[in-house]
Design a protein around this ligand. Structure first.
Ligand SMILES: Cc1cc2nc3c(=O)[nH]c(=O)nc-3n(C[C@H](O)[C@H](O)[C@H](O)COP(=O)(O)OP(=O)(O)OC[C@H]3O[C@@H](n4cnc5c(N)ncnc54)[C@H](O)[C@@H]3O)c2cc1C
Length: 355
């Protein structure tokens, strides 16, 4: 999105831009829990890629890239076509890694890819309205996304269905982006809202009656949402591009894949070797303008810019009730209505860039 925006603002003569995207409307994850909690209408958190592509003269191909052929310089599409490239930029995010969670494919709702989450959420809400519908919701994964979802699910379903809704958050390890002061505030907020937490507990299996933790304890559940570790998308298998130890694309400080100067990658699907950071939108967003400038420089045959991601960043978690908890670095932690207003302002400002 940020590359398209940069090329819309300043077109590059003689360049043909092609955007391959699975969905025409792409949701902005920062506002997704706020939408689930009822703060934003659906169209407020979606970006229309067709309109964005049109603005910069790019061709939008609504299809899925299934493999990359470096020797031929081609992207293969699920629909059967191929696209030739001189320069390729891969920014396809992540898929959920359900391999350590037996039964999750059949019995759990994966939070990623995020574009698929809203239809699953709509179904859950619809089911919850039935007298015998789901009441006990378990969220597996205590990262920032899992915590945001726990607050959003709890406030939304309790408002719609009533106090019979029970939300439980199961977390194997603490989110690295959250400092200890912020973590204490988050724990207190979860407790105040009646959200049960199983911290330091890995879920190992999901079945229609609930989940099983390592050690054998059972947690009954009517629906299970999984927001755990991510895996690289299948399209990256067998592509011959350099990878890190978890099979994400390995890029250097110019955002070029280490073994192919014609291929760039950014966001969750890539790891900057030497400067690994959590897979969070803030890092993807900061890479965007650098990626745009380096694609332009590569097209012109100019020297590329190098980029080192910063370590500290602001983390803001909405609590689903018009308040938020925030933190930055090792010490700063805060919360309140003003923190939600700050998050809301930042998110809306981000979205205005694409409207
Ligand atoms: C509920 C939730 C809340 C979050 N909140 C925050 C937050 O508050 N702050 C924060 O920093 N991070 C947050 N994150 C993390 C954030 O969503 C990701 O880090 C960010 O979206 C990564 O951006 P990306 O561009 O790399 O990938 P994505 O945003 O996942 O975009 C990838 C795009 O590629 C498309 N695509 C995928 N595969 C293919 C293919 N093969 N062919 C064509 N198109 C394809 C997808 O449809 C999608 O449009 C949250 C995540 C979740 C799940």
């Amino acid at each position: 999105m940020l590359v398209l925006q940069a090329f819309a603002r300043r077109p590059e003569p003689g360049t043909r831009l092609t955007l391959v995207a699975k969905d025409r409307l792409t949701p902005y994850s920062g506002m997704l829990p706020g939408h689930m909690a009822g703060f934003y209408p659906r169209d407020a958190l979606h970006i229309d890629l067709e309109r964005l592509a049109r603005r910069c003269g790019a061709v939008l191909i609504q299809d899925e890239a299934i493999s990359f052929d470096r020797d031929a310089g081609q992207v293969r599409l699920r629909g059967g076509g191929t696209i030739s490239y001189d320069i390729l930029s891969i920014n396809i995010g992540i898929t959920p890694d359900l391999s350590d969670l037996e039964g999750a494919e059949e019995h759990a709702l994966a939070v990623k890819p995020i574009g698929d989450l809203l239809p699953k959420w709509d179904q859950l809400v619809q089911d919850a309205h039935k007298p015998d519908g789901p009441r006990r919701i378990v969220i597996v994964g205590g990262g920032v996304a899992g915590i945001c979802l726990a607050f959003a699910v709890s406030s939304s379903l309790r408002a719609k269905v009533g106090s019979s809704i029970e939300v439980t958050l199961v977390s194997a390890s603490a989110a690295p982006e959250i400092n200890s002061r912020m973590r204490r505030r988050v724990e207190r907020a979860l407790e105040r809202r009646g959200i049960k937490v199983w911290a330091g507990c890995a879920a190992i299996a999901v079945d229609p009656q609930g989940i099983t933790l390592a050690g054998g304890r059972r947690i009954p559940a009517d629906r299970v949402l999984v927001s755990t570790q991510a895996a690289p998308p299948p399209a990256l298998q067998h592509c011959g591009l350099a990878k890190d130890e978890k099979d994400f694309l390995a890029v250097g400080p110019t955002l070029q894949v280490l073994n192919d100067k014609a291929v760039f990658a950014a966001g969750d699907c890539a790891t900057m070797l030497g400067h690994p950071r959590p897979k969070a939108g803030v890092f993807a967003v900061r890479q965007g303008p650098v990626l745009a400038r380096n694609l332009r420089r590569a097209l012109r045959g100019e020297a590329l810019e190098t980029y080192i991601p910063q370590r500290r960043h602001l983390v803001l978690i909405g609590t689903g009730d018009g308040q938020a908890i925030g933190g930055r670095g090792r010490w700063l932690a805060f919360e309140g209505r003003w923190a939600w207003r700050l998050k809301d302002w930042l998110d809306r400002r981000f979205m205005r860039r694409f409207s």
